[in-house]
Design a protein around this ligand. Sequence first.
Ligand code: HEC
Length: 403
Amino acid sequence: MHAHHHPRTRRGVVWWRVLCAWAATCSTALPCPAAQSARAHAHDGERVFIRACLDCHTASGGSGLDLTAPGVLQRRALTAAKVVRDGTMPPWLPNSHGASLRDARALTASDRAALMQWLESGAAQTVASVPSAVSQDSPAVLTVRLAEGWRVPADPGLAVRSFALTPEIDQATLVGGFELVADAPGVLHGVSFLWDQLGYGIRLDNSESAPGYDAVGDIGLNASGSAGAISRLAPRVTLPREYAIEIPMRAALIVEAHAQGRGKVESPAATIRFLPAPPNARVLRPLSMHRALCATLADASEAVAISVRAGPRVQSIEVVAIDLRGSTVRLLEIPRWNEQFAEPWFFDPPVALCAGTRLEVRSTVNPAAELVPLDAHATAMSEPTVIVLVADEPTPESHKKPN
Ligand code: HEC
């Protein structure tokens, strides 16, 4: 109060402090005073929180847990510090031993330390608001409604159901991405697709009176996910530029949906939007590896994306590429599988693979989960199914510039 009436005095005080600080650093070479560095750290902590957590933890974010609502972060600050310490948050399953991936969410050690210190000291009263991740309403080549009428039970187990949809597609169409807009964010963990031209999925769906059918979405060797996947962790997926996935003509869309009960019976209904591809996009095709089956590339290719389906019996997953001379490249390594945080991963840059390269999946079993009896879903998911989306390597002609 006093200082307001004596601006010059106040100014003098400030200058005096600056001089002291200067004297302290120069004469004794001490680090910054502790209080000052704690404050800088707190600021860093909040900055890391906004950048690393709020993609998912706003009212419209995919997690269903809004950490920006008044009081929520203060109440959950210690839990938040715990899940950051044990590496659960931000969710990111692959480690850094595989090929490099786009949009990796792993925190650096110093960001993690700053964030934990900020959370452990109770976080802030209010977090600077961030614009919500509203759907950008870009035009879609196809929009489908999913899982209307399906009720996910309250108990916290994984619920899997597949749906056969019959959108009217009268010509082959390329898509460059997908968007999942859930009616109630969080309950639906993810969806994966395949296109079925044989009609099996429709027959399965018609065999039950409720919408969908009680099985994983695979049709023969055509694995769910071979035509793309979306997770609540990143509800808007854009394929790397220049690539696309093809929707064939007159096929049924089979969507395998994963949800988890949250203490009350809920509807996981959602809208899926298929986004247009850029012109001249290169079509991706799936290589799927079920159980002990590995896949061999006939032609030189580029691996663009990888996704995995596996249940809680699976502990670790490794996907390697072995070329004809026997040299091995690790594409993906997940030391501790957690199906809650499955999502499609994109190689950045795409990984070049020579003709004759064999892709192989290696996995270990979680000893604790091995004791739990298997139901039909758990059996289907007791070993990983891995899908790698590849494009043929561009031919020399396609590199030529038009003259
Ligand atoms: C990519 C999305 C995503 C990001 C980024 C993310 N989270 Fe989460 N978070 C989730 C999901 C999904 C859940 C699980 C919600 C559920 O139980 O269904 C979750 C759960 C939580 C929980 C509740 C855990 C519990 O055991 O109750 C906390 C606390 C949390 N996150 C904090 C954070 C913090 C702090 C960050 C930033 C370092 C962060 N999250 C980043 C998606 C995310």
